[in-house]
Design a protein around this ligand. Structure first.
Ligand code: 5GP
Length: 115
């Protein structure tokens, strides 16, 4: 198992973060370097380093990230305009923190394809 990351410290409230969502399994907080007017990260409290490390039994836990994102979209009123959900994996995906996280980006027109 890889070592813990800064996200474990955020879960344990050892470093500050602007937490916008919490349940037994999921934490949501604002990204420190926002790439859109709304940029939050939803993470499982149980650390899974990358999507490659997901086990079949993690499916529900990871699915809850999407349910949290759905509820948050409604809460901040971007569900109709839309938003982007991204999960990066390893080097080519530009994953920098090895604790899976669902990026929630909203509040501006997104572009496709990504760079
Ligand atoms: P990745 O590049 O791994 O997909 O995304 C990691 C994200 O975590 C980046 O968008 C980065 O800005 C964010 N991040 C890294 N360290 C911290 C931190 O200490 N606090 C918060 N709130 N976000 C962080």
């Amino acid at each position: 198992m890889q070592e813990e990351t800064i996200f474990d410290k955020i879960i344990r409230r050892e470093i500050p973060a602007e937490i916008i969502y919490e349940s037994d399994d999921v934490l949501g907080f604002k990204d420190i370097n926002p790439q859109a007017p709304v940029h939050v990260l939803f993470i499982p409290k149980k650390r899974i380093p990358t999507v490659n490390d997901m086990r079949d039994e993690d499916a529900e836990r990871v699915g809850k990230l999407f349910l949290a994102a759905r509820d948050y979209a409604r809460q901040v009123g971007v569900d109709e305009d839309g938003y982007r959900l991204v999960m990066n994996c390893n080097e080519h995906g530009q994953q920098t923190v090895p604790h899976i996280h669902l990026h929630f980006l909203a509040g501006r027109q997104m572009l496709w394809p990504p760079g």
